[in-house]
Write a new protein. Structure first.
Length: 191
């Protein structure tokens, strides 16, 4: 079983982030633990993935592109036009290559916390949801999302997918296939 050094992780993210992002990361970690307790998830992994989920969010474009190269990642057409998605990919590479985290579930929870995907693990669903429901979140619908997250991760995720898909389509922005696969998976699972 891999050991996780939360004190070191906090120090590392503190050096890489401004105050808002640091507070958000701590809040996501706490929310992830709450959801893990509620749904029978691994609290250590939930805290680890939560605190590290945005580790590369404030890195420069060049630093993230270097991480993609180091990790052997070739961005698809949608990812190339959506730098907002980059940090989840570069973050998963960073925690694997630079922090030595080798647990695929933690790596994937960081990797898919922005788009989701079909066939998500419990931990992936927890981190995806915790990112939308952390304490500082105040977007229109945040309270509804929190309420849904206490009833069902899948219900909360479906709500967030609908919110995201609507938002992106209204902006005529490309939608990553992983987001669509996540949405379809949730709908088909429910039916």
């Amino acid at each position: 079983m891999q050991e996780y050094d939360y004190k070191d992780y906090k120090k590392i993210i503190r050096e890489k982030m401004g105050d808002f992002r640091y507070t958000h990361s701590l809040n996501v970690a706490e929310e992830a633990v709450t959801l893990a307790k509620l749904y029978g998830g691994d609290e250590r992994k939930a805290y680890t993935a939560g605190i590290l989920h945005d580790i590369t969010k404030e890195l420069s474009k060049e630093e993230q592109l270097q991480l993609f190269k180091d990790g052997g990642i070739i961005l698809d057409d949608v990812q190339k036009t959506a730098p907002k998605l980059w940090h989840s990919i570069s973050g998963s590479i960073y925690i694997r290559l630079r922090l030595g985290i080798d647990d695929p579930d933690v790596i994937n929870a960081v990797r898919y916390h922005t788009t989701g995907r079909a066939g998500m693990s419990l931990l992936e669903k927890i981190i995806y949801t915790a990112d939308f429901t952390s304490a500082e979140r105040s977007y229109n619908g945040a309270d509804i999302m929190r309420e849904k997250s206490r009833r069902s991760l899948e219900e909360a995720m479906l709500f967030s997918c609908q919110f995201t898909l609507k938002n992106l389509s209204e902006k005529s922005a490309a939608i990553h296939p992983d987001q669509l696969f996540c949405y379809n998976d949730l709908v088909l699972e429910r039916n």
